[in-house]
Design a protein around this ligand. Sequence first.
Ligand code: IVH
Length: 670
Amino acid sequence: MKKSLKEEITELRNKIHYHNYKYHVLNNPEIPDYKYDELLYKLKYLEKLFPHLITNNSPTKSVGGISLQNIKKINHIIPMLSLNNVFNEKDLFLKFFNPIKNFLNKNNNNFCCELKFDGIATSLLYKNGQLIQASTRGNGMIGENIINNILYVDDIPHKLQGNNFPPILEVRGEIFMTKKNLNILNKKNILNKQFANTRSSALSFLRLKNIYNDINYKLLNFFSYGIGFIKNKNKLYSHIKTLKRLKNYGLPVSKHTVLCTSLKEISFFYEKIKKIRNNFSYNIDGIVIKIDNFKIQKLLGSTSHAPKWAIAYKFPPQEKITILKNIIFQIGRTGLITPVGKFKTIKIDGVNISNASLYNFNEIKKLNLKIGDVIVVQRCGDVIPKIINVIKTERKNNITTNIIFPKTCPDCKSILKKKSYNKSIFYCSSGLNCKSQLKGYLKHFISRDAMNINYIGNQLINKLVDINLVKNSIDLFNLNINTLNKIPYLGTKSILKILSALEISKKTTFTRFLYSLGISEVGLVTANNLNNYFQNLNNFLNADLKDFCFISGIGKKIACNLYKFINDKNNLYIINKLVNEIGIYWNNTNIINNFFYKKKIVLTGKLTTINRQKIIEKLISLGAIIYNHISKNIDMIIIGKNPGSKLFKVKKLNIIIINEQKLIELMNKN
Ligand code: IVH
């Protein structure tokens, strides 16, 4: 039966309310932004045609978000409005550029174009230059108090610079998380939870109840994009000049801000940013165009929802909707089973995508995923595509089928086991007897950072394992012209290249060798730390569980992996053969005679002239052992700008303190 107009509008409203709730309250949106915008647009359109059907609770009448009940509220002095969106130049002209031109009867307006950051809209209130209040946008009228959580934002000044600031200044901007920090957060599992995007991770930090005064938790950043309430605004008349002023106060302002006077210039800026958007360290979802002159802004005014003097010109979505066709279960190098969703091919940012990792079994349950479901897939820069949601309202029960989790390994058919630390992670315990794991291990073994064996690619590894020519890494070195001749596509020239590459690879380093063993969760940095700590193979193979725990970057889990590995007879057999029969060797690195050798070091504060990660790598290569926390076992602390509480602790203990300049001097000596 066809729905009445009233029913259709009510349904639309309920849908929007539901998605508002998912987005703003649960921090778990179900549909991509553009789908939400479509719903809102449709509702606005219908309400415009049939105004008698508008109700007081219509979502078109509120700014957007709903604020949480249990978080302290803050009333905004001036409402924090949202922005209207357009997705193409035609709409930009029709809905923004042209109406403004007509209204002002003027052709050459100044438009300030800036990035549209994908984070959490925030208001910061400074009284006499001191930060006294911070809140999220909430529902536009009332926001959530986040003053305690500002601690997690790396670059919000608690005090404004200089002394030329107004007595009361409300700065508005966006708190966000960089893509790199999202990776760190997920990799280190800092909040004991995996996040799908930088927006939800940023919001979770702002809602954290416990205060962690640790550098690891400073994973948020801020960009100012305007002002709200200000006492003595009279001297300010231009938006772009205001941004410059904010920058002088010490507030972060994006440098990608330009003044344009024509649609052509705006489009040029938009296209330029669209092209380079994936190079930014943070996510942006479009540009924002604002009339620069405050007097003209005032003249144009606002609706209850959004200003008429500004608009968001959004990029086409990097999230798309498709249909889940199947789930396959991949076996990783260490036997972990990863479900991978196969879906109808979609193109995101010019790239065809038809599958995405689902990480573990829990992820499928969490999404409540079924085969045949309409799903939302997201691709963010170079990040692996991800199924982020199921559109439940589109589910057709007669078409969808449940996903059946395998009980046995899809390759070797052995019974799957669950990891003791996480019952939703399954693995095949057959080790290298499982061909999939053997292939994964050998691909790792030959890779550039490991044994670096050229001319043997992944395809050849698959073939060698499939025809049972190679059953472990030793067999690789026993390949010869006769055996390699069994591979149909290999000519004599290639075979000779492969054999000499195998020979060349035998001279390696202890770090590379350790890394090539493929011990679960032992990456290159940990391998390097193991090299520095143990110095030789014998020490490593005779280590005790507690020895591993002393090494930087090694927690209980990795220590157990290492201990288990060196106590496995088969592993010892392979290591022994590789070193004593095949002849893999390395020289002990000459690092003993340097200042940092075996020093236990903590870094704190911001290093201004050198990249922190590079310094850590360099120190490790000089034999240093890097720690995160101060204790009496630490030998040295390296301090940057704003060193924080660590320095305070150090002063009580007897630890060498060196600053950035001294660090560079000492490093140059080595
Ligand atoms: S101006 C009244 N400028 O976009 C003006 N907003 O979709 C409102 N946003 O709530 C904001 N970058 O959180 C403005 N350069 C920018 C922005 C920006 C991101 C966010 C902001 C706002 C949302 C509206």
